[in-house]
Structure formats: structure tokens, C-alpha cells
Design a protein around this ligand. Sequence first.
Ligand code: ADP
Ligand code: MG
Length: 682
Amino acid sequence: MARLQDPVTILKGVGFTRAKQLEGLGIRTLQDLICHFPRGYEDRTRLVTIGELEEGVPACFRAMVAGSPRAAHIRKGLDLTRVQVADHTARLTLTFFNRKFSAGQLEYGKEYIFYGQLSGDYGGYGMTNPVFEAPDSPPVMTRRVLPVYPLTAGLSNTALCKAVSQALALCDPPEEILPPQVRAEYGILPAAEAYRMIHSPASMEEAAQARKRMIFEEFFLFSAGLALLRYTREEKPGAVLTDLDLTPFYQALPFALTNAQNRAIGEIVGDFTKGRVMNRLVQGDVGSGKTMVAAAAAYLAVKNGFQAAMMAPTEILAEQHAASLGKLFVPLGIRVELLTGSLPQGQRRLVQDAMASGEAQIVVGTHALVAGSGSFSNLGLVITDEQHRFGVSQRAKLSQLGNSPHVLVMSATPIPRTLALLMYGDLDVSIVDELPPGRQPVDTFLVNESYRSRMNAFVRKQAQEGHQCFVVCPAVEENQELNLKAAETWAETLQKRVFPDLKVLLLHGQMKSAEKDAVMSAFARGDGDVLVATTVIEVGVDVPNATLMIIEDADRFGLSQLHQLRGRVGRGSAKSYCILTTQNRNVQTLERLKAFCKTNDGFQIAQEDLKLRGPGDFFGSRQSGLPAFRMGNLGTDLTTLQQAQQAAVAWIDTQGTGNTPEAEALRRRISVLFREGGPAMN
Ligand code: ADP
Ligand code: MG
């Protein structure tokens, strides 16, 4: 017997070269090898007669060699061997290219099992390079479901198959970590069986069952980890806030809050008084007014003598939050500071000093807030805006700042509940499902180049009425090949050739922060008619006077991302519009964009996006906080995900925190998964 931790070199046929190749696939130990799952299977179980073979459909058949193999040398590097085979239904000519040796082993008069694909051949049928085995040999290449592995240069599928089956024969598979009750309830295979079946299933059905088990396990571990995190956090004592009078805050607001905003604030107040650390997600569509919910929470924290930190994914957004919170809070005698990576050293030090002394009561920033050495004197509340841009691990880092602060996260991306549980399974959720009064839905249109001049006239009309317009381009630099309207060039063209009478501004991610800041605040002040930008304006930016959003080459964006962009308009009381341009003629692409034009419902759009593009692209950005799974596919394995989540939550609630060997083994696995971080933690 060998152990799972043994190196692959203990296997027969695995020397230095093969070990290097395996290492290229991340395989060093027998365990790695056993956990290297097939990416698919070839069903070679179907046994037919020669007469039943169909062109283009690979199948196995049993036939007798009806003539001696004849080899011919065609030219250097190419020889060809032909052999006739037959069964009771028909004869067939097999042609082998460069397989003189193996084809030469076919013995006249003997029977073999072949696997191959029939093809048309000079008016007749033939078969090229079939694989074959003697009927009494163990089924390796024929009469079985053949696993197809992810490979690397020089390593054949056959070599990998052999190595895996050796490893499985030599050692016990990884330990079972799914509790028996869970397996029984959801019809999940035991580990030992599943590891055998995933590598050598007797049928496609077995392969599917084994795959399901592995996916279930993966989802279960992650969900149980989140549930455990939630459980331990709920045990953590949190600062109790006692001064809960929001009257001065409400009086300082220029508007009355919506019921949904008030409800969310009520839930936060509830958390603040419980004596446990708050971990709450505020989810609401773009424009639903989440910032004010966060502001109320920050106000309470400050009133109770704590500091509050607010983290935003971009500098522009951080600057904007600092400005609007400053406007609201400074008159109330609360000091708001901004801390971003691009702040000059001296200024940054001043802010950090104020944080350390406690004078800075609310600090708004980007990652710099967590990355830097800045520390707070008495941090009581951490808020993250647009949480979908951050992963679980970044959130965990935030709550390690200071002394177990309350945590509030906000996200505009309405995602299906199952996925929300994956990202936020450790959080309580408040939903802001109401827009402030007077909002009108944004009318959205899809146009092609032939509408360009009408569109330009529309921009001018909006400007003449005193409104402003965003133009979003997909990339910063000109990419001739794709003919994208790079923001820089496009801004210049618009200013010089199209709107010489209007003021066109430019904003993109590669500009210096101070420049971005200047442009953004100028535009927000109304100084500028058209703002040409990249997706840096995607999240959160608020210019209520902007009534038109033009998205160039809209086919380049994901639907959820388009929805975020569209959310930049329709924030004031004036009627707003969104125009998508595209030169794409792909029917599906156009359908997708047309569907987007018909609805303003972010949730529906998210569902559609998930269906069409899969979760990888879900947020239109690789930076999403969604975990990446090895086996499970969040687009197609949703049912398994739901079951695993349900099972994991129930397990943690009932037995997962106990000290049975089972519970302990599972917790060990979870802590490895969460500590290693890696892809799953994103
Ligand atoms: P989001 O939820 O997308 O972060 P914001 O917090 O940026 O939305 O709010 C969008 C706009 O709506 C801002 O201009 C904000 O001042 C305004 N707003 C927020 N709440 C209300 C309200 N209750 N009534 C009117 N306007 C509001
Ligand atoms: Mg926002």
C-alpha cells in the first residue's frame, strides 16, 4: 500500500520526464493524481455489428481479421497499413497511418474488439486508425466509458489513465468528509465509490453520479465554511450602541427616506443593540439610495463615540462618497476624511494621524484603507460599497481592522439568491426594493451606425435643455482591429468635429487621480455637457442632472454591467434615456441587447446574464467576488449548489460545531480551504 502523500514517482512508468509533465498539471502526489478529474467521457460501451456502424458515429464492434495486414511506405515519415476485417454482417477495410507496428500485431483469423469511426472512402466505407484489443484482454481502450483528462504537452490520455488507475489500486482514496446523513438525504455516493467511478465508470450514468458527488462536496465545503464563519461571528461580542436618536440626521437630509431605506436602517439599529457583531448586506438596485442607509449607520456609530470606515472599489467613488458625506455631516459637527492610494504622502500622513487620534470620525477610502498601515483609534463600523467587487477574503480583512467592528456591506448587483448565498452566505441581508419617488424608468434603445446623426442631434437637444450626457467606450486605447471607440480618440473627435459648440470632458482609468477628480467634480457641478468615459464610471457615480447615457459598442459589455452603467442616469426627476450602439450583427447578441432594452429590472437582467454568459462573466469583470470552483459550474449545476447549500447550513446548525470526529474532520477541511484561500476564496 502507498499513501496519498507519496510522490507520483513511486508509480511504474512515471520517471523524471513524466513527473515533470504531471507537475505541469499541478500533480505531485498520488492524491493530486486521484483528484485530477476527467473533463469528459467517451462512451465506448456500445457494441454493434459492422453492418450497424454509422458514418461519423464512433462505436465498438467485434470482428475477425480477414486478411494479413499489408504495409506500404508512402514517403519519408508516412507509412500506411491496411487490413480487412469482417463479421457475419459485412466486411470493412481498416487503414492505419504510421502504426505499422501495432497494426502488424493483428493476426489473420483472430477476433478483436475495435473502436473507431466509419468514414466515406472512395465510394465505399472505411475506417482510419481504430484502436483494438483482444476480446479476452481487460477493457482499457474499448468496451468501457473512457475518461478524457485535461492534458499537457507530451502527456497522452492513455498514459494518464494508466497512472490514475495504478494510484487508485495502490492507495485508499481521500477520506470521506460528507456526513452519512447528508449523503443519505441527497442520494450522494460515498467517497470511495465516487473516486473509483469518476475515473472508471461502468456507464455514463455512473460517471454523472460520481461527478455530482464531487461537485456536491465542493459546494458543500464552501457553503459550510460560510455558515461556520457566520456562526463564529454570531458568537463574537460586538459593541452595543445606546444613543440611537437619528432625528438630527433626518433633519439634515434634503429628502425623506423611502420605506425601504428606513426598514434597512431599522434592521441595522437592531443589530447595533444586540451585543453581537453586525454582519449585514444591504442590497438594492442602482439608485435605490443605499448610501444614505450607510450614512445613517455611520452617524450612529459616531454618535456613540466610534469611528466609521467606508471602503469603495474606485477612487472616484471614494471621492464622491467623501464629498457627499462631508456635505451632510460637517454641518452636524462630524469630521469626514478621505484616504486613497494617490493622496500625496504628507496629506496621507495627516489623515492617518487623525485616524489614529480618533479625530477623523468617518474615513472614506479605497483599498488603501486596508492595505496601508493606517490604524484607527476606535473603529466601530466598517462599510464596504459595491461589495460584489470584493471577495470574501477582502471582507474578512476589513473586519480584522480594529477591535471586531460591525460590518455593513452594500451591493447594487441584484444576483440570484443562490449566488448571493455563495458570496454573502455569512451575512444577514437587508433589501432596499424601492426607488426614491419621482424616478422614471430609463428608456433604452439599441441603434446601429445609421442612427449616428440623429443620436448626435439628441445629445445636443439634451444639452440645450440644460442636461448632461455620458458616453461610455469599452477601451482606453484605440484598437483598430475591433474598431472600438477608444475613449481618448472618441472624446477628441466629438469635441472637434461633432460638438464644437459643447464642452466635452474625458475620464478614464489611466488618468492620474487628481485629474480624474477634477473632471468628475467639474461634470457633477454641471461644468461640461458630455463626459466621455471608460467603465470607471460604472459603479456608484452620481450626477442627477445627467439624462442621457450612450454606451458605444454595447455588445462588448455584460448585461449586468450595462445595467450598472444605465443606473448612472435617471437619478434626478427629468426623463432619462440610454442608447446602446453596436456594429455587431450576431443574432444572439442583438437579441440579448434587445431584451435589455425592454426591462429596467436589475434582477431579471441578472438572471438573463447568468443564463447567457455564465457566472464567470457575470459582473462583466474578472474582479467579481464570486468564488471559482474546480468542478462545479455555477451556471449549470445550480440545483446541486442549492442542495449542497441547504445541507451545509443544516449541518452547521445542528451538528457541524460539535466535537464528534466527523464534525472535526469537516472543520479541518474547511479551515484548509479557507486558509489556503486560493481560487475558491477569490
Ligand atoms: P445607490 O443605491 O445606487 O448607491 P445612491 O445612494 O447613490 O444610490 O442614491 C442615488 C440618488 O438618489 C442620490 O442622488 C441620492 O441623493 C438620491 N436619494 C437617495 N435617497 C433618496 C430619497 N429617499 N429621496 C430622494 N432622493 C434620494
Ligand atoms: Mg451606490
